[in-house]
Design a protein around this ligand. Sequence first.
Ligand code: ATP
Ligand code: MG
Ligand code: MG
Length: 383
Amino acid sequence: MWNSPKVGILGGGQLGRMLVEAANRLNIQANVLDADNSPAKQISFHDGHVTGSFKEREAVRQLAKSCDVITAEIEHVDTYALEEVASDVRVEPSWQAIRTIQNKFNQKEHLRKYGIPMADHRELVENTPEELAKIGEELGYPMMLKSKTMAYDGRGNFRVNSKADISEALEALKDRPLYAEKWAYFKMELAVMVIKTKDDVLSYPTVETLQEDSICKLVYAPARNVSDKINEEAQAMARKAVAAFEGKGAFGVEMFLLEDNSLMLCEIASRIHNSGHYTIEGCGMSQFEAHIRAIMDLPIPPKSLEIRQPSIMLNIIGGAAPDTHLKAAEAALSIPNASIHLYSKGAAKPGRKMGHVTVTAASMHEAETIIQPLVNVVDDIRA
Ligand code: ATP
Ligand code: MG
Ligand code: MG
C-alpha cells in the first residue's frame, strides 16, 4: 500500500473539488492552493492547504514543499513557478505541456508537427484592422477571432461575420494576444478524455458536447448517432494529440465532426475537463480518480474507463439572480437517477458554472426522456 502520499493541486474550483473527492476515497491527502473558502478546500480538512493564487510564485513554492507530486485543475497557472519547483517535486503533467497548451496558438503550432488536423489559422502580430482584414481575405468569413491565452467558456472568442465586424472584434478582445481561425462547419462537437500514464495513453469513449453561447451545456456519453468507426477514430486522434505532450494525467480533447465525417481538433486542455464529469456515475472509474492514479503511478485497468450505462450530463449555469441556479438543483431532486453536484461557489453570476447533474439509464433514449424536464427548467432560468 502507498505511504500517505500528498498531492498538491493548483486551483480549488469545482475541478479541484472533484479531484479532492476522488483523492479522499484513496486516503490520499490533497493540498490545495487557492483562496481559503474555495470549493475544494470546503470538503477537505487538514493543515496542508496553501492560501494564495496559482499565479503567485511564492505560493507555488510553498505548495511544492509539502507534496510528493503537484498538478493543476486549470491551465492558466504560472508555469515559470512550476518550472522552478520541478527540480524538487514531480509536476504532472509537465510544466512544458501546460505552458504550450495554455497558449492556444502555440498549442496548435505544436500539434501541427504531429499531423493533427485542425482549422487553418493565422497569428495576429499587430492587432490592427488592416492586418485582420488581410487574414479575413485568406481565411474567408465567418472566421473566429481568438485570444491565444486565458480563454475559457468562449470568453476570448469573437465571431467575425464580415469585414464590417473587424473593429468591434478587435475592440472586444483588445489588449489580448490574438489569432484567427477559419470557420469550422461542424455537424457535431465531440470530446475524448485521455489519461496519460507512465507507460500508456488511454482514452474514455467519445462523447458529444453541446455548447450554448460557447459554454458547454450538455454532454451525451457515448456520442449519439456516431458510428463505432468514428468513435474509435476520435479516440485515436485524441490519444495521438495528447501523446505529443510530456507528463501524466488527464487531458480533455475537444473536436469537431465535419459534414464529411472527418475530424478536426478544436483544442486540448491539460487537465480534467467538463466533458468528463459524466464518468463519475457513467464509468467504473471517474476522470478524477484516473487523474490521481495516473500522476501517482497507480494501476488503471483500461476496462474501468468503459461506459457502464448511457449518461447525460447537464451543466447548471448561473442565471439572472444569484440564486436562480438553485431552482435547477431543486428540480433535479425529483428526477430519477439524477446525481446532483453543486460546487458551493456562493453567489452565481450569469454564465458561471455552479453545478451539474448526471442522469444514467439503460438506454440513451431513456436518459434523454428522463432529463428533458430538467433541461426545460435550465432553459427557463437562462432565458
Ligand atoms: P473552453 O471553455 O472549452 O476552454 P474556449 O474559450 O477555450 O472554451 P474554444 O473551445 O476554442 O473556446 O471555443 C468555444 C466554442 O466555440 C467551441 O466549442 C465551438 O462551439 C466554437 N468554435 C470554436 N472555434 C471555432 C471555429 N473555428 N469554427 C466554428 N466554431 C468554433
Ligand atoms: Mg479552452
Ligand atoms: Mg473549448
